[in-house]
Design a protein around this ligand. Sequence first.
Ligand SMILES: *[C@@H]1O[C@H](CO)[C@@H](O)[C@H](O)[C@H]1NC(C)=O
Ligand SMILES: *[C@@H]1O[C@H](CO)[C@@H](O)[C@H](O)[C@H]1NC(C)=O
Ligand SMILES: *[C@@H]1O[C@H](CO)[C@@H](O)[C@H](O)[C@H]1NC(C)=O
Ligand SMILES: *[C@@H]1O[C@H](CO)[C@@H](O)[C@H](O)[C@H]1NC(C)=O
Ligand SMILES: *[C@@H]1O[C@H](CO)[C@@H](O)[C@H](O)[C@H]1NC(C)=O
Length: 354
Amino acid sequence: MNRYDHYGSDRPWHSRKRVWAGVAAAIAVIIVIVVPVGVTVHNNNRYPDYKKLTYSLADTYAGDNIFDNFNYFTGYDPAHGLVHYVPQEMAQQLNLTYASSSSAILRVDTSVGPGSNPNASTGRFSVRVESKKQYNKGLFIFDVKHTPFGCGTWPALWLTDPNPAIWPANGEIDIMEATNQAVTGNTVTLHTDGGCNMSVKRKMTGKAGQKDCHNTTNSNTGCPVAADVAATYGQAYNNAGGGIVAVEWRDEGIRTWQFARGQVPADITAGTGNPDPSSWGTALADFPDTKCNIGSHFKNQTLIVNIDLCGDLVNAVYKKSGCPGTCTDFVANNPSAFIDAFWEFGSFKIYTAT
Ligand SMILES: *[C@@H]1O[C@H](CO)[C@@H](O)[C@H](O)[C@H]1NC(C)=O
Ligand SMILES: *[C@@H]1O[C@H](CO)[C@@H](O)[C@H](O)[C@H]1NC(C)=O
Ligand SMILES: *[C@@H]1O[C@H](CO)[C@@H](O)[C@H](O)[C@H]1NC(C)=O
Ligand SMILES: *[C@@H]1O[C@H](CO)[C@@H](O)[C@H](O)[C@H]1NC(C)=O
Ligand SMILES: *[C@@H]1O[C@H](CO)[C@@H](O)[C@H](O)[C@H]1NC(C)=O
C-alpha cells in the first residue's frame, strides 16, 4: 500500500475499495508464499513415530542343522561375479558350509589354484544360501562373529524377494555389505522400484549417500548409508570378536544398529524376551517412511547370505582399493588369498510384533 491510503469512513468509496483490494492482495501473498514455506518446513521436520512394539521370538536359526532352513542358490550369478555357487552336497564336501552347535560358517574355496584341473578361471567355488521362509516385517537379530574380506570379495548379508521376475518391486535390504579389504566398515542399503525417497529427516550415526532408492537411478546404487565406524565390518570387526547386527523393519521405517561385543543391550543378550529398539540409542541407518511407503515397497523378504567375487560392485572399485592386477586374475590364481573370506555366525533370531 502507498502512503495516501488511510482507513476511515470519511474516505471516498473508490479509496475504500482500494484498501480492501490491498488487504485481499496481502492475504493472497500470505497464502501463496507463507503457507507453502510453512508446509515445506513442516514436511522437512516430519518424522515417524517409532513407538514401542511388543515383540515375541518367532524363529531361531542356529545349531548343527541351521543350513536345513536354507536353499542353496546355484547357477549363473545375477551380479556377474567370478563364482560358481555350489549345491548343498558339494558345499558340504568342500566344507564351504559348516555348522556346529555354536557356529555356522560359509566360506569361499581355497583349494583350487592355477594348476588344478579344472581351475578357477571361470569362477571360484562359493555359496549363496536363501532362507526357505519369507518375512513380512519383524525385528532381526544377527550374531555375526566374522565377516569375509580381502581383495576381490563382495560378501553380503541381506533380505530380498529372490524372484528375479519381481525384483525390485518387493524391495531389498542390504544389512551387511562391503567390497575388497573393507577398510571403511559396513554399508547398509535399500533398493526399490520408483517412489522411495530418503531426502527426509533421519536419526542415524551413519552417512547417507544418494537418497533415491529406485534401482534405475545412479546405476542401481540404491540409497546407501555408510557406517561412521570402520570396525563395523572386516578385519577390525573380526579382531574385536564381531558383534550383533539388529534390523527393525516396520511400517514406520527400517532401522539398523550394530553393537560390538560387550556393548550388546541386555534385552538382546537375554535372547527370549521383548527387545525394545527405542532403548538402544541412535541407529546406524534410518530409512523412515516419510517419503517411502515402507509397507508397500518391502514384502516377502528372504534372508540371504553369500560371498561373491569380483562382480558389479567390486569391478567399480577394484583398482581404487589398491588391489593387485585385475580382479579375475587375482581370484582365479590366488586361492590362499581367500582364507579370511568367511562368514561365521552365532545365530539369527527373528521377532515379530504381536
Ligand atoms: C570344516 O570347517 C570347520 C570350520 O572351519 C573346521 O572346524 C572343520 O575341521 C572343517 N572340516 C574339514 C573336514 O576340513
Ligand atoms: C585353466 O583351465 C583352462 C581350461 O582347461 C585352461 O585353458 C587354462 O590355461 C587354465 N589356466 C591356468 C592358469 O592354468
Ligand atoms: C526427494 O525429495 C526431495 C526433497 O523434497 C526432492 O527435492 C527430490 O526431488 C525428491 N526426489 C525424487 C526422485 O522424488
Ligand atoms: C531396475 O528394475 C527394472 C525392473 O523393474 C529392470 O527392468 C531394470 O533393468 C533395473 N535396472 C537396474 C539398473 O537395475
Ligand atoms: C508374497 O508371497 C505369497 C506367497 O508366496 C504370495 O501369495 C504373494 O502374492 C506375494 N506377495 C507379493 C507382493 O509378491
